[in-house]
Design a protein around this ligand. Structure first.
Ligand code: CUA
Length: 176
């Protein structure tokens, strides 16, 4: 199925490309075009692409503001935190207080580290990354999350922090 689809895309793409080559070949038969005409069209194309890309970028960045990982933005989309979880990372374990939260509530994770930089990453029961934030010494990063699926969430460290980094695992239990 997907092979047939890829083959059709390839054939259509190849035909379009061949058509462009034929078109350019026929146009070239008319003889050379003065440099100023070419340059003028070139600058127009460049201005069109620049403005188009700049406008696209501006729209994407503006629409993305509510999803920026800063507390004030996150609070405006997720809501005011109702419960807090204190997360402390250290070589090579996670300490969570409490280590159990309910679904449907906004949870504020206050994440810090007792030694070096770590990265607090929560994976859902479907093994998909649900949220993550850096765990830094002498600093508290806040992560706002609202769970809709109960289950056991695995915590992994996503910042290389020493020989046992890969074994730095933990669990957060999300109850109905
Ligand atoms: Cu802690 Cu990697």
């Amino acid at each position: 199925m997907i092979q047939a689809w890829a083959a059709s895309v390839f054939v259509v793409g190849a035909l379009v490309l061949a058509g462009i080559f034929v078109f350019i070949a026929f146009k070239a038969r008319a003889g050379p075009v003065p440099y100023d005409d070419v340059a003028h069209t070139g600058y127009q194309i460049r201005a069109f692409w620049f403005l188009g890309l700049a406008a696209t970028l501006a729209v994407i960045l503006t629409l993305g503001i509510p999803y920026y990982p800063y507390p004030s933005f996150r609070q405006s989309t997720v809501g005011q935190p109702e419960l807090q979880v204190q997360v402390t990372a250290s070589q090579y374990l996670w300490k969570l207080e409490p280590d159990q939260v309910p679904v449907g509530r906004v949870i504020e994770f206050d994440v810090t580290s007792g030694d070096v930089n770590h990265d607090f990453a929560l994976y859902g029961p479907d093994h998909v990354l649900f949220g993550q934030v850096q765990a830094m010494p002498d600093y508290t990063n806040r992560l706002y999350l609202k769970f809709s699926t109960p289950g056991s969430y695995e915590i992994r460290c996503l910042e290389y922090c020493g020989v046992a980094h890969s074994g730095m695992l933990g669990t957060l239990s999300v109850t109905p």
